[in-house]
Design a protein. Structure first.
Length: 644
């Protein structure tokens, strides 16, 4: 919801007729103007800032003479907020206009037509799932200014730096961000086929066939439609037309409301619903559950006792995943229900501006785990294969639970993952997955902590990611996928090295969603970040740092394989030197920090309903292993007892 425009300050009219004020206006002496207003109104800097759409910090700088407003938009807001009359506005270089806010009458356009949102406002509400105030705080601008930028037709002078900030964050040009959203599509029948075109407002994004009928979409959406045509044996363009027809029927408010309802479904509700659907009883495979001190946790991870309490070191040849080039791919689309669900995913992703990049993923064929080794066979698949099939099961389940329906009413799950036998035989279906790590680094004692400890990092996932959006998770967390060399990158340690650089150490060039892969070896020692180079120089010294597999299971949410790991840095010199380098990338909305000495905080953390199931599984396995392995620094970790 847009921010409510602030009311002007009660500045007395006679102030602007005084010689002191007139001189300040003529000289554009904003320091003097602000001090006069503060003196006459006795308003605080916060109140003054609220009236002008400025932060308190900016007001403080202006009043101290350290900042002078230059943007006409900012000066305009100051004039309105201070109720500066016509002669004063002219002195400031503004057009003369009334400062009183417009009052809508029943017959006025303001009352009849609500302000239409543009693409910028749409992205804030859908892709980022933020209010105007939250987005403004992230962008370091006033909520009032951002609110005006999200409305169609608002004539605003914008500083070039603000344009660059918006373009960098939202991935569109400033001109496109100000365009109305959604563009009103029209359908024009041509012969037997219906060709769907969009008006010109966003046609700059994709004008592939000038003069021909076209669909205005992102490049990624165009690729997805062509990919689905190929997978279903349809004539090229068939899916594109169906996607755009779906777009004409979409209600963006319903999409936003649906995302909000899904976010309110707790991790425990998901786990209970899947336990009921698969009718899991005691046997070889069971749902992972555990006692955390006096509390209990339940997850949707299907596992076995011999897949848990692993102490399997990585990066020294104990994980051996072989890439099979000739593996047969499963048939992804059983019938029309599956195809329609894929079309709906493409359309909704286009509507909310979610980027879905078709990168290669590893899919699991089989796996064998022992106390000393982990061996597996994997094959390659497209990310579209996963995003348009198995990944749809999570949304279907959450929508069902959010609407208080029975979890058995899930037609996609009935087709893709109907029973336990299907779950535990990954070679007979599409089984992609990921690697999650609890990151624990030794810290020296401080004034508030008389003894050293381990710092644990937890992320709140962004609403922009496709997997576990808005949920808590350990970090790093990633799909298992190649970076450059398909066979070598199949090892678990390769994904962890990459994700440390990308998600924590600020290396965006190793992001798999990057469309420009020009570096032959992004993880070459000469290219590593300083914290990663320090670790790799000591890769053969497990007493300083190491990576271990702590558990394995299949996630019943979407059939993914989940490999839980622990990254343990024992040398506190690393944190002392590089702790300031750590910053989560775009996949996280925020990063939390916990101490291994804060037992109660960790117990409360395990009970947070916002956890993703795989994240909670990795956290519990990591804490259990850290209690034994983290012997060099103080811990007061909650006792975790397996409850299979």
């Amino acid at each position: 919801m847009n921010a409510r425009p602030p009311a002007p300050l009660p500045v007395p009219d006679h102030l602007w007729s005084t010689t002191e004020a007139t001189d300040a206006l003529r000289n554009r002496d904003f320091q003097h103007i602000f001090r006069l207003v503060a003196r006459y109104t006795r308003a605080s800097q916060t109140t003054i800032g609220r009236a002008c759409g400025l932060t308190q910090a900016t007001v403080s700088k202006i009043m101290a003479g350290r900042h002078r407003p230059q943007s006409l938009d900012v000066i305009q807001r100051i004039a309105v907020g201070f109720r500066i009359p016509g002669h004063g506005r002219t002195a400031l270089g503004l057009h003369t206009q009334k400062f009183e806010p417009e009052v809508a009458t029943p017959s006025s356009p303001t009352a009849q037509q609500p302000s239409q949102r543009n693409l910028l406002g749409h992205l804030i509400r859908t892709r980022y799932q933020q209010t105007i105030e939250e987005a403004a705080n992230d962008l370091r601008m006033s909520a009032r200014h951002l609110s005006r930028l999200t409305r169609v037709g608002a004539e605003i002078d914008v500083h070039p730096r603000t344009r660059r900030v918006l373009e960098a964050k939202f991935g569109h040009s400033y001109e496109d961000l100000r365009q109305p959203w959604p563009p009103a599509p029209s359908i024009q029948a041509l012969g037997a086929d219906a060709t769907i075109t969009a008006p010109s407002s966003l046609s700059r994004q994709l004008d592939r066939h000038e003069g021909e009928s076209r669909v205005t979409t992102s490049t990624e959406t165009e690729q997805a439609t062509l990919w689905l045509d190929e997978r279903t044996g349809s004539r090229a363009g068939t899916t594109r037309n169906k996607v755009f027809a779906h777009l004409t029927r979409l209600n963006l408010t319903q999409i936003e409301d649906g995302a909000h309802r899904r976010s309110r479904v707790s991790q425990r509700e998901v786990a209970d619903a899947l336990t009921s659907y698969y009718r899991i009883t005691s046997g070889t495979y069971n749902i992972y559950a555990a006692d955390v001190a006096t509390e209990k946790i339940f997850t949707s991870i299907l596992t076995r006792p011999d897949w848990l309490d692993l102490e399997l070191p990585l990066g020294i040849g104990r994980d051996n995943l072989q890439l099979r080039w000739n593996a047969q791919a499963p048939q992804p689309f059983a019938d029309g229900i599956c195809i329609e669900a894929a079309i709906a995913r493409i359309a909704e992703s286009a509507a909310v501006g979610t980027r879905v990049i078709n990168t290669p993923l590893y899919r699991l064929l089989d796996i064998n785990i022992s106390p000393t080794n982990l061996t597996a066979n994997v094959a390659l698949t497209d990310f579209f294969d996963y995003a348009l099939t198995m990944d749809l099961l999570e949304k279907e389940l959450l929508d069902t639970l959010a609407s208080n329906q029975q979890p058995e009413i899930t037609p996609l799950r009935d087709r893709y993952l109907p029973n336990i036998d299907t779950v535990v035989n990954p070679g007979d279906r599409l089984c992609c997955g990921g690697i999650l790590a609890l990151f624990a680094a030794a810290r020296p004692a401080s004034k508030g902590r008389p003894s050293g400890d381990y710092v644990l990092l937890i992320q709140e996932r962004s609403g922009r990611v496709l997997n576990a959006a808005g949920r808590l998770a350990v970090i790093p967390k990633s799909f298992h996928e190649p970076l450059r060399e398909f066979s070598d990158d199949a090892q678990i340690s390769s994904t962890l090295y990459r994700e440390l650089e990308e998600e924590l150490f600020g290396r965006p060039e190793v992001d798999s969603t990057s469309t420009h892969a020009r570096q032959a070896d992004p993880l070459h020692p000469t290219r590593l970040s300083p914290p990663m180079r320090w670790l790799m120089d000591r890769a053969d010294e497990p007493t300083i740092w190491r990576m271990e597999v702590t558990g394995f299971g299949f996630n019943l949410v979407s059939g993914n394989f989940e490999i839980a790991t622990l990254i343990l840095i024992e040398d506190e010199a690393w944190w002392r030197e590089f702790g300031g380098y750590i910053e989560a990338n775009w996949e996280s909305d925020s990063l939390r920090r916990y101490s291994s000495l804060d037992r109660q905080a960790l117990i409360e953390l395990t009970q947070d309903p916002a956890w993703s199931n795989e994240g909670l599984f990795a956290l519990a396995r990591g804490l259990r292993r850290l209690e034994v392995a983290g012997s060099k620094h103080a811990t007061d970790l909650p006792r975790i007892k397996l409850g299979l």
